[in-house]
Design a protein around this ligand. Structure first.
Ligand SMILES: [Zn+2]
Length: 380
């Protein structure tokens, strides 16, 4: 997670970078702001910047051995603590590290509700217990393996409850080159004794415009749809992305099924789609669907150009990108994107969508039809 992966908050990024450059890193900092505003991602990007071997004036390099470990969340000197379900008193958060990695990598603006889904928490209580607090002390008392700074990113310290008292001494006098980065949504629920020992950094709520821009630029969402989603999101970037993901899940299923019809030249099926499924979406959704297809094909092209690091997708979509990129050439993908773009233009101008989607299907057949499927080849 680099600063450039987080939308906006430029002044905060500059302030954090400045603190590193001037060697004025405060050993206990509290990143405060409402959920879905990127506080956790910001703490992570800061930790990555601090330990990067070749940082620039604007960001970590993204490519040194430290950055590469950070990217996978496997750096031995960066520790995490977060609310979890303790089935018994001796449980600690490390038991959920796999879920944690998956949740944060898929959702950099992670919220507690989404995290609870990863824990299958339903109505169960999550918290950060005393055993966890002792484990934090143990982890931070170890010598750093390789990094300049050992860092603990503690997400939602408001769930520490009384366990927080155990950490007071460590937060006040940490071992040298040890950092506490606390990420909170509500300081009223944090122990005052912890609050008084940290330096506060307020991260503001996103403006609708920032959310709209992020959806448009990162996910190729049509601007008017991005505006709608951004207004519903109420400043919560995660909420906006989640609504979009839900919508795109349907698009993904339709796109895969359609491509399957096309590569196997199954006329009966793509005619049925052109006559029923596509028209039933309505024009706005047809436009969103075409933009989604363009976005996905661009991801395939990035993957082909070994720019996998720029591709951020869920498991199923990633599997499609991987398989599809192995089967088709750059020129074929480029031609398909042009067809989708032309179709978008015609949907906007009220073309007859039954004829349009049939025509698009036939054009795609010419580009993608398998003359013989490579042995064992699959595109999903
Ligand atoms: Zn680096």
């Amino acid at each position: 997670m680099q600063f450039q992966n987080i939308k906006g908050h430029e002044e905060i990024k500059n302030r954090l970078i400045h603190s590193v450059k001037n060697d004025r890193i405060s050993h206990a900092q509290l990143f405060l702001g409402p959920e879905g505003n990127g506080g956790l991602a910001m703490a992570f990007a800061y930790a990555q910047y601090i330990n990067c071997h070749h940082p620039t004036d604007k960001d970590s390099c993204g490519d040194c051995s430290s950055c590469r470990k950070m990217k996978k969340i496997i750096h031995p000197d960066i520790h995490f603590s977060f609310p979890f379900i303790a089935k018994k008193g001796s449980d600690i958060s490390s038991a959920y590290l796999g879920e944690w990695r998956e949740a944060f990598l898929s959702h950099p603006y992670l919220t507690l509700d989404t995290w609870r889904n990863y824990l299958s928490a339903e109505n169960k209580q999550v918290n950060i217990n005393v055993t966890e607090a002792h484990d934090i002390i143990k982890k931070l008392s170890l010598k750093s393996f390789e990094a300049n700074y050992k860092v603990l990113i503690l997400w939602l310290p408001e769930f520490l409850d009384k366990a927080g008292n155990t950490l007071l001494k460590l937060i006040e006098e940490p071992p040298p080159k040890t950092l506490f980065l606390l990420v909170s949504q509500n300081t009223e629920k944090i122990l005052p004794t912890i609050l008084s020992r940290t330096q506060l950094l307020k991260i503001p709520t996103y403006k609708s415009k920032e959310i709209q821009e992020n959806l448009t630029n990162t996910y190729d969402v049509e601007p008017s749809r991005a505006t709608e989603l951004s207004l519903i999101a109420d400043g919560n970037m995660h909420k906006a992305i989640l609504s979009l993901e839900k919508e795109q899940k349907g698009f993904f299923g339709l796109m895969i099924s359609w491509l399957r019809d096309v590569v196997t030249d199954n006329g009966a099926k793509f005619i049925a789609k052109s006559e029923e499924e596509f028209p039933s979406l309505g024009r706005e959704n047809q436009k969103s669907f075409l933009l989604y297809a363009i976005h996905m094909f661009r991801q395939v092209m990035l993957y082909q150009q070994n720019l996998e690091r720029l591709v951020h997708l869920g498991k199923e979509e990633m599997s499609f990108v991987r398989n599809f990129s192995a089967l088709y050439e750059h020129e074929q993908l480029e031609a398909a994107i042009k067809i989708f773009e032309d179709a978008f233009y015609h949907v906007e101008r009220n073309a007859n969508t039954k004829i349009l989607f049939l025509d698009v299907s036939l054009q795609l057949v010419l580009i993608f039809k398998f003359h013989s499927l490579p042995k064992g080849a699959q595109y999903i």
